[in-house]
Design a protein around this ligand. Structure first.
Ligand SMILES: [Zn+2]
Length: 152
């Protein structure tokens, strides 16, 4: 029998963002600013996943993510896992926690919110985890993460 071929080549050293919600990889890529990156990057979209049916995946050579980047990824895809690779071996594998406090990146959907009237940077607090819900610290309104827009 022919061995199942890997859809995405393994990387030597770097970070794999696995189990990204299908269709969200490009948004995650935007957070990581990969168009300005010199690292080798592989993006897989709608790959087969036993656990999720379909998933996206991003592999980045020679790069570790900052805590802020990881937190932003969790906002977009709470199912994402990070895998740290060294010398083709997995050295760490973990879920990313959605941050308790999100500065700047969420645009408040409330048109009357002061953050949409004056140039006040937004600040949201985590209000629920399953599904992820956030609360604007200015207008106090709560929103599901699916209903907000981001700016990175
Ligand atoms: Zn608001």
């Amino acid at each position: 029998m022919k061995k199942k071929q890997l859809k995405v080549d393994p990387i030597k050293t770097g970070t794999v963002i696995d189990h990204i919600t299908a269709g969200k990889a490009l948004q995650v890529a935007e957070i990581l600013n990969i168009s300005n990156s010199e690292s080798e990057i592989m993006v897989g979209i709608n790959l087969y996943s036993k656990k999720m049916g379909k998933k996206d995946i991003i592999k980045i050579e020679n790069r570790e993510l900052s805590e802020e980047e990881a937190g932003s990824i969790a906002l977009i895809s709470p199912t994402a896992t990070l895998i740290i690779i060294e010398n083709y071996k997995v050295v760490r594998k973990f879920f990313i926690d959605v941050p308790e406090k999100i500065k700047h990146h969420i645009i408040c959907p409330n048109p009357n919110c002061i953050t949409n009237i004056e140039s006040v940077p937004t600040l949201f607090f985590l209000a629920g985890k399953n599904p992820v819900e956030v609360r604007c610290s200015y207008c106090e309104k709560k929103y599901f993460i699916e209903d907000v827009k981001f700016s990175f």
